[in-house]
Design a protein around this ligand. Structure first.
Ligand SMILES: *[C@@H]1O[C@H](CO)[C@@H](O)[C@H](O)[C@H]1NC(C)=O
Ligand SMILES: *[C@@H]1O[C@H](CO)[C@@H](O)[C@H](O)[C@H]1NC(C)=O
Ligand SMILES: *[C@@H]1O[C@H](CO)[C@@H](O)[C@H](O)[C@H]1NC(C)=O
Ligand SMILES: *[C@@H]1O[C@H](CO)[C@@H](O)[C@H](O)[C@H]1NC(C)=O
Length: 191
């Protein structure tokens, strides 16, 4: 019975959603996201603007990944006043899209670090949500995709990536020939 409980808990921990409620796709494998020394765990933790000013280190703890990966970060809580949407609706802003993450061969506190020197196709934009009344913390979702060989942003999506605001992940992944994200995480920052 206890053993059963133990394995149930273990299973629950492993399959826990790493993406916010309502976010599609629902990713259950954890991406380690580490700002200076602050690891984003559990998913959804609150961080200050100062803590997330610089691009995080990313990696995995459950196994070392040996391929080439694309990192994407989205703000999914942009107010309608910025997106031109209906009052009360929330839009998406692309905060980072960085290619070429590979195993660095290094580990840090159990994390197999993935590294890339890329600053494109969309460099890291530090979260700076506006103050709102009532307060509305923004959710920042990090996603890791397998990056196909010789991959580049398709021409049909180049303006979507450079505009950042109104980025549509579903449309992008289809047009760009990407599969589902293999890892994810998210944090919140208040304005
Ligand atoms: C996401 O998947 C996990 C594991 O299957 C599940 O526990 C969770 O309820 C799902 N979340 C949503 C929003 O569907
Ligand atoms: C995060 O901050 C929000 C308010 O900005 C608060 O409602 C929520 O409880 C906080 N979550 C945690 C885990 O502290
Ligand atoms: C990556 O390589 C290491 C060492 O060769 C191996 O132990 C590990 O299973 C590999 N990971 C994957 C996801 O293939
Ligand atoms: C994103 O694109 C998908 C597929 O074209 C579409 O169904 C969805 O409504 C779009 N989302 C937004 C917020 O425009």
């Amino acid at each position: 019975m206890l053993l059963f409980l133990y394995f149930s808990l273990l299973f629950t921990a492993i399959t826990r959603a790493q993406t916010p409620v309502g976010f599609s796709p629902n990713v259950t494998a954890h991406l380690d996201v580490i700002f200076s020394s602050v690891a984003v765990t559990p998913p959804g933790m609150n961080l200050t603007k100062a803590a997330v000013a610089k691009q995080p280190t990313i990696g995995t703890s459950d196994e070392a990944l040996n391929g080439t990966y694309l990192f994407v970060m989205l703000d999914i809580d942009v107010p309608a006043s910025f997106t031109g949407g209906a009052a009360g609706t929330r839009g998406v802003n692309l905060h980072a899209m960085l290619t070429g993450f590979k195993s660095s061969g290094q580990t840090m506190s159990g994390t197999y670090i993935l590294s890339s020197v890329a600053t494109s196709p969309a460099s890291y934009l530090a979260p700076a949500p506006p103050a709102e009344a009532p307060p509305h913390p923004h959710k920042y979702v990090e996603l890791l995709f397998e990056q196909p060989a010789n991959w580049a942003v398709p021409s049909s999506q180049q303006s979507a990536v450079s505009n950042r605001l109104g980025f549509n992940l579903t449309q992008f992944t289809v047009a760009a020939g990407l599969g589902s994200p293999i890892r994810a995480n998210y944090f919140q920052v208040a304005g």
